[in-house]
Design a protein around this ligand. Structure first.
Ligand SMILES: Cc1cc2nc3c(=O)[nH]c(=O)nc-3n(C[C@H](O)[C@H](O)[C@H](O)COP(=O)(O)O)c2cc1C
Ligand code: SF4
Length: 497
C-alpha cells in the first residue's frame, strides 16, 4: 500500500488538506497525517513515499490524486528537505515537525524523542540548570531573558511545591510557531516541560493555550494523556485562555489560570519566587521549553555554537503579511531582515515594492528597507529602536498608510489594556484621538500634535506597569521616525527623549 503524508496542521486544513487526505484514503493509500513543514505557499502538500524517499507535490487539490500517484503532476517538487526554503535552515526545535505523526510515540522515539529527558534525569537538578545556562538559551516569548537564570532562581527558591507553566497564548499578530509546534510535535514540548520540572523540583505543569487554537488544544491533551507514564511523576494539564492579549503577559496569565480576571500583577514578587498560587514558578514560552530537549541531548555547546553576539542558538522566525513565501524559518540568529524578506520570503505577494516590515508583533517597531541590513539579534534590534519579540515579521508593500498603522497600535492597546495603570488605559485612547485629528485634518498644527503624541509615547514607555503600555510606543514612534510623510506637516525625524 502506498504511504502518503499530508499535514493536518490548521493552516493546511484551511487550504483543503482534509479533502485531499480523504481522496487519497479512498484511492487505497495509507494516509499519515503530520504537522506542517512550514512553507505555506506549497500547501496543501502531499508527500508520497517511494524508493527515493518522500517525494513532495504542492500545492495540490483533491482531484489530483491519480496524477500524483502516477508521478506526473506538474507540481512535483522533489524531496522537501532539498527545497531552497529548507536547505539553509537549522531545525533544532522544528526538526520533527512535518516529518512525524505528531501523536505517535513510536515516531517520536525513533526521531530522538525522550533522549534529552533521559539524560537530564541521570543528572542532578543543578547540573541540568547549568547546561541550560551554558547553552545561552534566552526566552523566546519576547523579553529574551536567560532561561537558565530563571530556572536557577526557581531551583533556589525554598518550598515543597513548585510549578512549570508554559505560555502558549501566542497573541502576537503574524506569529504561529507555538501553534505549529504543539500541533506538529507536542511531545517535544512535553519533554521540555518534564526536563524543566526535574531541573527545578516541580512535579506539576500547566500549558496555557489560547482558545483560538482548537487543534493545538486537542493535540496537547491527547499527547499529555499518551505520554503520562513516560514523564511521571511529572503531571501536566492544559488550561484554555478566554481570548485576551494581555493574558500572554506572565502574571496576567497566572491570574487567569487561578480563575481570576486576567490582570497584570505588580512585580516584585517575581513569578520565580511567588508565581502560580503563590508558589515558585517557571513560566516559559513554548519555543523556549521545546528548545531544551535538543540542548540536553546534544549538549550546551552544540546549541551555543550557533547564533550571533549574545543571541545564541536558533530562532523559529515567522514570515507573514504581504509576502510570497510566508511560513516558518528556523535559523541561527544573525540572518538579516533583507535576507528574510527578499531571499527567503521572495518579496511581496502583491509584487509591489516592500515599504515596511513590523518585527515582534503588535508592539514591535516598523523598519523601512534602508534598515534591512540589521542582523536578527536581540541587542541589534534594541539598539535600532525595536525588538525581536516572538520573531514574527509582517511585511507591507508601498500601499500601506503608516499613520493608519500607528493608530492601529494605539487602538489595539486601548482595546487590550487590562486597565490597571493610567498611562496605558488612558494614554492609548488619547493616542487614538491625536492620530485621528492628524489623519482627518482636524488639527490646527500637525507639528504640535506630533509633539504631543511623542510626549504621550514617552509617558507610556516609562510609566506603564507592563510591556503592553510600555511597548505600544515602538510601532507609533517608528512610524513617525521612518515615515513622517504619512503624518503630514514637518514631523521631526528623531524621537524626543
Ligand atoms: C502584553 C503581553 C503579552 C505577552 N504575550 C506573550 C505570549 O503570548 N506568549 C509568550 O510566551 N510570552 C508573552 N509575553 C511575555 C511573557 O510575559 C513572558 O515574558 C514570557 O512568557 C516568559 O517566557 P520566556 O522567558 O520563555 O520568553 C507577553 C508579554 C506582554 C507584556
Ligand atoms: S500597561 Fe496596560 S496592560 Fe499593562 S498593567 Fe498597565 S494597564 Fe494593564
Amino acid at each position: 500500500m502506498t504511504r502518503v503524508f499530508i499535514s493536518a496542521d490548521m493552516a493546511s486544513v484551511a487550504l483543503g488538506a482534509d479533502n485531499i487526505a480523504e481522496a487519497f484514503a479512498a484511492a487505497g493509500c495509507d494516509v499519515v497525517r503530520t504537522g506542517s513543514h512550514g512553507l505555506f505557499s506549497i500547501e496543501p502538500l502531499v508527500e508520497v513515499e517511494g524508493e527515493q524517499g518522500r517525494i513532495a507535490y504542492g500545492p495540490v487539490a483533491a482531484g489530483d490524486v491519480a496524477a500524483i500517484l502516477a508521478g506526473t503532476h506538474a507540481n512535483r517538487l522533489g524531496r522537501v528537505a532539498d527545497l531552497p526554503f529548507f536547505t539553509a535552515q537549522q531545525r533544532f526545535t522544528f526538526g520533527r515537525c512535518g516529518v512525524i505523526d505528531p501523536l505517535s510515540l513510536d515516531d517520536y522515539a525513533v526521531h530522538d524523542g525522550w533522549a534529552g529527558l533521559h539524560t537530564a534525569r541521570e543528572m542532578a537538578p543543578a547540573a541540568v540548570v547549568a547546561v541550560v545556562r551554558e547553552s545561552g538559551l534566552r526566552g523566546r516569548g519576547g523579553a529574551g531573558f536567560p532561561t537558565g537564570i530563571k530556572w536557577q532562581t526557581v531551583l533556589d527558591a525554598p518550598g515543597p511545591e513548585k510549578f512549570i507553566v508554559c505560555n502558549a497564548d501566542e497573541g502576537d499578530s503574524g506569529t504561529f510557531a507555538d501553534r505549529m509546534l504543539m500541533e506538529g510535535d507536542p511531545y517535544g514540548l512535553i519533554e521540555g516541560m518534564a526536563i524543566a520540572g526535574h531541573a527545578v523540583g516541580a512535579n506539576h505543569g500547566y500549558v496555557y493555550i489560547r482558545s483560538e487554537y482548537p487543534f493545538a488544544i486537542r493535540a496537547m491533551q491527547a499527547a499529555i494523556e499518551r505520554s503520562a507514564g513516560i514523564v511521571a511523576p511529572f503531571i501536566l494539564e492544559v488550561r484554555v485562555g478566554a481570548g485576551a492579549y494581555v493574558c500572554g503577559e506572565e502574571t496576567a496569565l497566572l491570574e487567569s489560570i487561578e480563575g481570576k480576571r486576567g490582570q497584570v500583577r505588580a512585580k516584585p514578587p517575581l513569578p520565580a519566587h511567588a508565581g502560580l498560587f503563590g508558589k515558585p514558578t517557571v513560566i516559559n514560552n513554548v519555543l523556549s521549553l521545546a528548545a531544551v530537549p535538543f540542548i540536553l541531548r546534544e549538549g550546551a555547546a552544540a546549541y551555543a555554537a550557533v547564533g550571533y553576539g549574545r543571541s545564541r542558538g536558533t530562532m523559529p522566525i515567522q514570515i507573514a503579511g504581504n509576502i510570497r513565501h510566508g511560513g516558518l524559518y528556523e535559523i541561527g540568529f544573525g540572518i538579516t531582515l533583507r535576507e528574510l524578506v527578499e531571499q527567503v520570503g521572495g518579496g511581496t505577494a502583491s509584487g509591489r515594492p516592500v515599504r515596511a516590515v513590523q518585527v515582534g508583533g503588535p508592539l514591535g517597531a516598523y523598519f523601512p528597507p534602508s534598515m534591512f541590513d540589521l542582523a536578527f539579534d536581540y541587542e541589534t534590534f534594541a539598539a535600532a529602536g525595536g525588538l525581536i519579540g516572538h520573531a514574527g515579521i509582517t511585511v507591507f508593500d508601498d500601499t500601506v498608510d503608516m499613520a493608519h498603522m500607528a493608530r492601529f497600535a494605539m487602538e489595539f492597546c486601548a482595546i487590550e489594556s487590562c486597565g490597571k495603570c493610567t498611562p496605558c488605559r488612558i494614554g492609548s485612547t488619547r493616542g487614538v484621538e491625536i492620530i485621528d485629528r492628524i489623519r482627518l485634518g482636524r488639527t490646527r498644527s500637525v507639528d504640535q500634535d506630533v509633539a504631543t503624541l511623542r510626549d504621550l509615547c514617552d509617558t507610556m514607555k516609562y510609566g506603564s506597569l507592563c510591556a503592553l503600555g510600555g511597548f505600544t510606543p515602538y510601532p507609533v514612534l517608528s512610524a513617525l521616525d521612518h515615515f513622517p510623510e504619512d503624518f503630514g506637516g514637518s514631523a521631526p525625524a528623531v524621537a524626543a527623549e
